[in-house]
Write a protein that binds this ligand. Structure first.
Ligand code: NAP
Ligand code: G4F
Length: 328
C-alpha cells in the first residue's frame, strides 16, 4: 500500500532532498508552504507536479490540525523552523514561537487527529553549543548558545516527552551542519562557495566573513535525509546524532572552496566584525556510532568533496546565460 508522508518546511534545503527521496520510494508526499505573496518553490520545482502543497504555518494550531485531518499521513517530518542563527538573536520570541512551540503545536495536532503517526523532529547540533566534549553523541549535555539552540532544545525535549507520556512514535534527529547546492545563501558554506564562483568570474571582489575559527562537522544534505527516513522505519523510536565525525574551520572551508577555482582565499577574504555573534558555537563534531550500528547509516561525501560540489554548482548557475540576472 502506498505510504503517505507530510513534510513541514518542504520549500527548504532538506525539504527538497527529502521529498525527492520519498517520491523515489513511492510515497505520496504532502508538504507545507507558508502563505505568502511570492512562492518560494525553486528547490522543489523539478518535481512540484508530483507533490501536494498545502498552506500551513507552525504558528497556527488550527492550520496544522486541518492539515493532518486532510492528509492523514503515516509519517510527519517536521523540518520547518526559523533556522538561521543570527536572526534568532534579532527575533528571539518569533524563533521561540516557530522553532520551539511549533513542535508542540504539531505534536498536539498528531495527538488529536492521528496518534499513530510516526514523527521526525529536526533537532540540531546547535543544542550542544558550548560543550567541552571533543565529539558529541546522544548522551552529551546540551548548552545552547543562541535563541535558536534554546528553541531546538525545547523541540527536542517535547518530542521525547510525547514519546514517553503518550506513546507517540517520535524521533529526534540531532543533525550536524549539512549543506548542498540548495543551501540558503546566508549560511557560511554557501556564502563562501557562491563568492568563490563570483570572484572567479569577475562578478565580485571581496568576501566578508565573521568568525573564521569556528569549527563545524559539515556533511552533505542528500546523505542526511536518508537518515531521517531510516529513523522512522525502526521498530522502536529513538534519538540519533547524525554527523561525519570530521571537523573543519570556516577558514579551512574557504581554503577548499577557493582552491577549487584556483584562487588563494587570503587575497579575497576580509573580516567584518559585525558578522560576529553575541555568543557563537566553536567546536562541533558528531559521533554517529549509534546511527551506524542501528540504522546502518554512514555519510558518503567528505567536506572537501562537498565544497567542490557546491562551487561547481555555483559556477554552473553563474554561467553566461544567467549573468545578467546575477549582476542586477
Ligand atoms: P531551511 O532551508 O531554512 O528551511 C526551513 C523551512 O522552514 C523553509 O521551508 C521555511 O519556509 C519553513 N518555515 C519557516 N518558518 C515557518 C513557519 N512559521 N511555518 C511553517 N514553515 C516555516 O532549513 P534546512 O537547512 O532545510 O533545515 C531543515 C530543518 O533542520 C530546520 O528545522 C533546521 O533548523 C534543522 N537543521 C538544519 C541543519 C542544517 O545544517 N541544515 C542542521 C540541524 C538542524 P519558507 O520557504 O517560507 O521560508
Ligand atoms: O553557516 P552558519 O550560519 O551555520 P550555524 O550557525 O552552524 O547553523 C546551521 O547549522 C546548525 C547545525 O549545527 C543548524 F541547526 C542551523 O539551522 C543552521 O543550519 O555558521 C557556521 C559558523 C558560525 O560559527 C558562524 O559564526 O560560521 C561562522 N561564520 C563566519 N562568518 C559565519 C560567517 N556564518 C555566517 N552565516 N556568515 C558569515 O559570514
Amino acid at each position: 500500500m502506498t505510504r503517505t508522508a507530510l513534510i513541514t518546511g518542504i520549500t527548504g534545503q532538506d525539504g527538497a532532498y527529502l521529498s525527492q527521496l520519498l517520491l523515489e520510494k513511492g510515497y505520496t508526499v504532502h508538504g507545507t508552504a507558508r502563505p505568502s505573496s511570492t512562492d518560494n518553490f525553486w528547490r522543489i520545482a523539478p518535481f512540484l507536479d508530483r507533490l501536494h502543497i498545502h498552506r500551513a504555518d507552525l504558528l497556527d494550531q488550527g492550520s496544522l490540525i486541518r492539515l493532518l485531518d486532510r492528509c492523514q499521513p503515516d509519517e510527519v517530518y517536521n523540518l520547518a523552523a526559523m533556522s538561521y542563527v543570527p536572526t534568532s538573536f534579532e527575533q528571539p520570541l518569533l524563533t521561540g514561537e516557530v522553532t520551539a512551540l511549533g513542535v508542540a503545536r504539531m505534536l498536539e495536532a498528531i495527538r488529536i487527529i492521528k496518534p499513530d503517526i510516526r514523527f521526525y523532529q529536526a533537532s540540531s547540533s546547535e543544542m550542544f553549543g558550548a560543550t567541552k566534549d571533543q565529539t558529541q553523541d546522544e548522551t552529551t549535555a546540551f548548552h545552547p548558545r543562541s535563541p535558536y539552540g534554546i528553541a531546538k532544545c525545547y523541540g527536542h525535549w517535547t518530542t521525547v516527552n510525547y514519546r514517553e507520556a503518550y506513546g507517540i512514535y517520535g524521533c529526534s534527529g540531532i543533525l550536524f551542519n549539512h549543506e548542498s547546492p540548495l543551501r540558503g545563501e546566508q549560511f557560511v558554506t554557501r556564502k563562501i562557495t557562491l563568492a568563490a564562483a563570483r570572484i572567479k568570474l569577475g562578478l565580485q571582489e571581496k568576501l566578508f566573513l565573521g568568525n573564521l575559527e569556528a569549527r563545524r562537522d559539515w556533511g552533505y544534505a542528500a546523505d542526511y535525509v536518508q537518515a531521517m527516513w531510516q529513523m522512522l522505519q525502526q521498530e522502536e523510536p529513538s534519538d540519533y546524532v547524525i554527523g561525519t565525525g570530521q571537523q573543519h574551520s570556516v577558514q579551512q572551508f574557504a581554503e577548499m572552496a577557493f582552491e577549487k577555482v584556483g584562487l588563494d582565499w587570503k587575497r579575497y577574504v576580509e573580516i567584518d566584525s559585525s558578522l560576529l555573534r553575541p555568543t557563537d558555537v566553536v567546536n562541533l563534531c558528531g559521533n554517529a556510532e549509534k546511527a551506524k550500528e542501528r540504522l546502518g547509516w554512514t555519510p558518503k561525501v567528505s567536506c572537501k568533496e562537498l565544497a567542490e560540489i557546491m562551487v561547481e554548482a555555483d559556477l554552473a548557475r553563474l554561467s553566461p546565460k544567467d549573468q545578467s540576472n546575477v549582476s542586477t
